[in-house]
Every structure is written in structure tokens, then in C-alpha cells.
Ligand binder design. Structure first.
Ligand code: PRX
Length: 653
């Protein structure tokens, strides 16, 4: 946590009172929020039990709310039975069958609408196709698709038959895909011939073929959606076109009733060390979190048009594209392509044409669009938007103000929502119409979420503005259950630091005198590039896998748009490259893109003969961070074997 970060935050004194007009019509007003908080504080388990009974349609009701006998492997509503897809689709057929569930726009401009009835039929058809290929309850299915309705259909179809999906973001490389398929032991992959992004075709089938050629012995079937129409090779016996797989099947599919704790999905995310972790979520607890927060934080109702711009490859796309808003019977917008294709007006044009009422995106997108100038959004009618949201990284006050003034036209509340892949749903956020907001603060925990900030000894930090570890003191239903195949790592990563007493989020934060939370960043070696988590270790391993690289250390550097960018210090085998190294730098960037995907590509690469290490052999990351950021060096460098490398690391020698 850098000093400058703390200071800029302390200088932010603007407060925006809640809009009483919004509150009058909102799902949650002042009094109901206070009542929820009171109830959650006096009887947290009873509070969740009531919500789970009223908000979820159970096949078999649960009798025990929280089972903490194996804490911190908590179980919620464990003897209840339900189906998540049933709760997102079937429950709406009586009243909302003809309402639009999905408004889709492809990057080339093609559009499609699906009502709840049509979406239900498509999900059932594809669920039957999965079953016809032998996919059953508990099997793992990897989904590697563009952001098209079939991605949601595939996820919902898995949920319908009790298969566990693991979505891999379409921007990840074949190598990353292979690791995730193998990690999950998937029997099946669902992909597409390709997707469209920024005017290019993303060749998903080619990457899938490459991943499967190099391993993945568990994969028996590959479903391929025809999206681009470009020719792709199909392997007989293994590959099947989506449109052929559903021919002659029924558009009805009895849901598989599963236990509340049955894993709904795995989602791989970066950690500070080692390989990405397969975060495992439950069925009932997760659904409850996604649904409640969709209704409370986004105030969603059936007549809303909700656009969460996240890809389904990230948790935001799971909770606020595929599950939460559908459970709330809202209409969602899905857009396949890049925000600036063919120009910087695309997002605003989509909002205008589809009548978006609630818009949820990441600070990195806001900053990129802000940079293009306010004349662009001014050309579009954004008057239908009534609520704005932000997620994924701290939003800097300048971007917040622009979002408020230019996109929200001073009228719309902004919900800055803090949460993580692991938490499953939004944890700390304003309630629109009730909570006064401050640019850059995610404000206060939702009812039932016992967030706190503690010092190294686990004591609550009560001094205003003093930083500490962000922790959650009590379990909550949508929390991760474990790390797939590695419960030890689950315990170690999230619970060990404070002896299993509370969940450690891995972020640092502080609270101001009003009890508002300000997130300061990660405490571990995780970078947040454009709102996406990247482990430094993963990038370092990718670099070291290059035949000419002996050692690498990666740190984050502030970036105007992406929040953070990747800065790599590299030691080559043999002599240090000098002179014009641009061609070699490009080769390394392409290499990392190939290994991990373009988001992990280092913006800066610096060659040195050595990396600075402590006596015990640990890389001095704080020193490297200071160098990358051009900050003065305050660390003790007297132990360095070769002090001249400081100049090399700075790019001066
Ligand atoms: O550091 C926090 C940051 O993103 C991390 C979680 O990343 P991921 O699991 O990929 O999920 C992102 C989408 C939920 C957190 O540990 N983060 C997320 N939201 C915010 C945030 N930092 C500050 N403010 C936020 N609103």
C-alpha cells in the first residue's frame, strides 16, 4: 500500500446524499435496510434462514441452516434440495414467460432477443444434448466461449443436469485452457468456432484443439457452436456441432434435484503463489447471494434492462449475467465485442438502443472511455439509465466523478461494489437511494456481512483511516466452499493467518470516521490489471519457460487506464542483452500472450544481470516495485552482492 494511495484517499471529502426520489421507489428504503441490519446482527443464522426460505424455491426444504461442525468448511442449508436453473427459469414461466430474458448484440451488429420461455426451451434442449453425450450430475464441463447467449445457455444447462461448469475466459491461451481442463478433470468442453473482438476473430476452436492435443485425457466430447462460420476441423467421434447435437431432442428437461451444497461451478482465479486456484461454489448459498444482491444493490425488477458488461469468464459474469438477474426475472443485455468497436460510442449506443436502465462496469472501462472525451457519450440518449455500478478494482475519484456527471447526468446513484471470486456475491456496497456515497469508497457491508479491518494480531482497527487486513468475521451463504482438489490450500490461503477465526480477503483497507470502507489494494503478490486478477508467479513462470530466460520477477506499476500494468525484470541465460532490445522484448510479450493470454503481457521489460535478493534468497519485491514506479528507494540495499545492478534495474546501466 503506497503512501500516495493513502493520501489521495484521505483528501477525498465529497459526499453525495442519497436521492430520496430513488429511495421512495426502491426495493429497500431507509427503514427496511435498518431493519435488515438489526435482524442480521441479532440473529445472523435466523436472518439467512428466513431469506433462503423466502427467496429460493426448494424441492425439499432444509432443516439446518448452518453446519459449522467442520469449520471453516462451512455448509449452508445442507439437507435441502433444489435446482439452480429451475430457480432462474421455470419459476418465471407462470408470470413472465413472454418477458425478454436476454437482449444480445454481436460485435458485427447482429441482435437477438430471447424471452424467458425461449431461454428455458434452449437450456432444456442443450441439457438434453449434454445428457445424450453421457454427461451426468457431478461431471465437470469446461466452457470456453465468446460472450453470446449460448454461453449462458451452456452454464444453465449444466446447472440443470447437476454437471459442474468451469468457464474459462475466451481471452486465455490454449496453455491456460489446458491447465484448467486438467485441473477440473473435465469430460466435456463447450466452445465455438470463434468469437469476435475488436474487429478480429478469436479462434476458440483452434485453441481448444491445441489444448486437447497436448493433454486433457479426460475429455470425451467437444460441443462447437457455430458463431463465425469460418471453417474449423472437427474430430470425428469427439467433436459435435451444437446445432446438430440438439436435433430431435425435447425442449423439456426435468431438472436434476441436487443437495444445497452440490458444487454449482468451479472458477479458476489467480493466487499469489503456484497455479490458479479452482474456486468451488455451492448451489443454494451461491444462488441466494447472487439473487439477493441483484435485487438489493441493483434494485432489479422485472421491467429493468440490466447490462453488466463483464464476460462470463469472470465471477462478475457468473453472478450478474448468468444467475442473479435471471433469478430476479430481469432482462439482461449481452454484448460480444470490444467497448470501443467500431468507435468509442459503442457502449453508449447500446445503452440507448436497448433502453438500458442499470449499467454495471469496471473502472478500467470507465477510464478508457473517459479518455475519449465527453462529446462521445453526449451524442446518445442515456436518460433511461437510473443506476450505475462499478466493480473489480478501486475506482479513482476522478473516474467516479466523470461516471456520475457524464453518464449518470448527476441523477443516478453509483454503487461501488466490493467483492471477489471467492465471496460469490457483492459484500460491501451502497444501497442505492439509501447510502450516501463518497467517490472511491465502497461504503458499508450489506446486511448479514460482518466485514472488519484488523491488525497483524487480529484486533479490530478502530482508529479512523488506519489501514489493516480486510476480513469477514462470520460465514455467509455465497462464500466459496473450498479450492477444488486442494482443501489444504483453502485453509492456508483464507483462514490460517488468524487461526480460522475469520476469512482473510487478501485486500488491505481502512475505514474513515463514518465507518466507510476504502479498499487500498492487494496485500499479496496479486496484480489487478484492468480489473482482472493475475498472479505474479504465473507470469514469472511463463517468462522463465522461455529458453533464453533464467530468472524473472514481476511487479505491478500504476497505469492510467488499466489500474495496474505488468512490469517484468528479467535475467537472461548468458550475457544481458544490451543496445536495441525491442525485438526481443516483443518476442517475450508474444511468448507470455501465448502462454497465458494477452491480459498477462508485460508492458515494461527490463533486463538485468541479477535480481536483488535478501540474505535468505527472497526477491526484494518492494525494491522492484519502487523502481518500477519510479519512486525513491527507501529499502536497505547494503546487503546486495552487486549494488551496480540497481542502476541496471532502473534502466540506467
Ligand atoms: O482487490 C479487490 C478487487 O478485486 C479483487 C477480487 O478480484 P476477482 O476475484 O477477480 O473479482 C473481481 C470482481 C468481483 C478484490 O480482492 N476489487 C473488486 N471490487 C473492488 C475491488 N477493489 C476495490 N473496489 C472494488 N469495488
Amino acid at each position: 500500500m503506497s503512501q500516495s494511495n493513502i493520501e489521495s484517499v484521505l483528501h477525498e471529502a465529497r459526499v453525495f446524499p442519497a436521492n430520496p426520489q430513488f429511495a421512495r421507489e426502491a426495493r429497500i428504503g431507509d427503514e427496511s435496510l435498518a431493519a435488515l441490519h438489526r435482524r442480521a446482527e441479532s440473529d445472523p443464522v435466523g436472518y439467512w434462514s428466513d431469506l433462503a426460505r423466502s427467496e429460493i424455491t426448494w424441492h425439499k426444504p432444509f432443516t439446518q441452516t448452518l453446519d459449522d461442525s467442520a469449520a471453516p468448511n462451512y455448509r449452508w442449508f445442507a439437507d435441502g434440495e433444489l435446482n439452480v436453473s429451475y430457480n432462474c427459469l421455470d419459476v418465471h414461466l407462470a408470470e413472465h414467460a413472454n418477458r425478454t430474458a436476454i437482449i444480445f448484440e454481436g460485435e458485427p451488429g447482429d441482435t437477438r432477443r430471447l424471452t424467458y420461455r425461449q431461454l428455458h426451451a434452449e437450456v432444456c434442449l442443450f441439457a438434453n444434448a449434454l445428457k445424450a453425450r453421457g454427461i451426468r450430475r457431478g461431471d465437470r464441463v469446461v466452457i470456453y466461449m465468446p460472450l453470446v447467449p449460448e454461453a449462458v445457455i451452456a452454464m444453465q444447462a449444466c446447472a440443470r443436469i447437476g454437471a459442474i461448469h468451469s468457464v474459462v475466459f475466451g481471452g486465455f491461451s490454449a496453455v491456460s485452457l489446458k491447465d484448467r481442463i486438467e485441473g477440473a478433470g473435465a469430460r466435456c468442453v463447450i466452445t465455438a468456432d470463434g468469437g469476435r473482438r475488436g474487429g478480429n476473430i478469436v479462434e476458440l476452436k483452434a485453441a481448444t484443439d491445441k489444448a486437447l492435443a497436448e493433454g486433457c485425457p479426460t475429455v470425451e466430447s467437444v460441443f462447437v457452436l457455430q458463431r463465425t462460420g469460418e471453417p474449423v476441423p472437427m474430430q470425428a467421434g469427439r467433436d459435435i456441432w451444437w446445432h446438430e447435437a440438439i436435433v430431435g431432442l425435447s425442449d423439456q428437461c426435468e431438472p436434476e434435484w441436487v443437495d444445497a451444497e452440490h458444487p454449482l461451478f468451479l472458477l479458476y482465479t489467480s493466487g499469489s503463489t503456484g497455479r490458479p486456484k479452482g474456486i468451488q461454489h455451492s448451489s443454494a448459498g451461491y444462488l441466494l447471494g447472487a439473487k439477493m444482491t441483484s435485487r438489493w444493490v441493483f434494485d432489479l425488477r422485472v421491467d429493468d434492462v440490466f447490462w453488466c458488461t463483464a464476460d462470463v469468464g469472470w465471477i462478475t459474469g457468473h453472478s450478474y449475467v448468468t444467475y442473479g438477474p435471471l433469478a430476479a426475472a430481469a432482462t439482461i443485455v449481452m454484448y460480444e465485442g470490444a467497448p470501443t468497436y467500431p468507435d468509442g460510442g459503442r457502449f453508449w449506443s447500446l445503452c440507448e438502443r436497448h433502453g438500458v436502465t442499470v449499467f454495471y462496469t469496471a473502472p478500467t472501462a470507465i477510464r478508457a472511455l473517459m479518455k475519449l472525451g465527453e462529446e462521445i457519450p453526449a451524442k446518445y440518449d442515456l436518460s433511461k439509465i437510473r443506476l450505475l455500478g462499478s466493480v473489480g478494482e478501486p475506482i479513482n475519484p476522478e473516474a467516479w466523478m466523470w461516471y456520475h456527471r457524464v453518464i449518470g447526468q448527476g441523477r443516478c446513484p453509483i454503487v461501488d461494489t466490493w467483492w471477489q471470486t471467492e465471496t460469490g456475491a457483492i459484500m460491501i456496497s451502497p444501497i442505492p437511494g439509501v447510502t450516501p456515497t463518497k467517490p472511491g469508497s465502497c461504503t458499508q457491508p450489506l446486511p448479514g456481512i460482518f466485514a472488519d479491518i484488523v491488525d497483524d494480531e487480529g484486533r479490530s482497527v478502530t482508529t479512523p483511516d488506519a489501514g489493516g487486513y480486510l476480513v469477514i468475521r462470520k460465514p455467509w451463504p455465497s462464500m466459496l466452499r473450498t479450492i477444488w482438489g486442494d482443501n489444504e490450500r483453502y485453509l492456508k490461503t483464507y483462514w490460517e493467518k488468524f487461526q480460522n477465526k475469520f476469512y482473510v480477503a487478501g485486500d488491505s483497507a481502512h475505514r474513515d470516521a463514518d465507518g466507510y470502507f476504502w479498499i487500498m489494494g492487494r496485500i499479496d503478490d496479486v496484480l489487478n490489471v484492468a480489473g482482472h486478477r493475475l498472479g505474479t508467479m504465473e507470469i514469472e513462470s511463463a517468462l522463465v519457460a522461455h529458453p533464453r530466460i533464467a530468472e524473472a520477477a514481476v511487479v505491478g506499476k500504476q497505469h492510467e487506464i488499466k489500474g495496474e500494468s505488468v512490469f517484468a525484470f528479467v535475467v537472461c541465460r548468458g550475457a544481458r542483452p544490451t543496445g536495441d532490445t525491442r525485438a526481443f522484448e516483443k518476442e517475450l510479450r508474444d511468448w507470455v500472450t501465448e502462454q497465458l493470454g494477452a491480459i498477462a503481457k508485460p508492458d515494461d521489460i527490463r533486463f538485468a544481470e541479477n535480481l536483488p535478493k535478501t540474505r535468505s534468497g527472497k526477491i526484494m519485491r518492494r525494491l522492484l516495485r519502487a523502481i518500477a514506479r519510479g519512486e525513491p528507494i527507501t529499502q536497505d540495499v547494503s546487503t546486495l552482492e552487486n549494488p551496480a545492478i540497481i542502476d541496471q534495474l532502473r534502466g540506467l546501466g
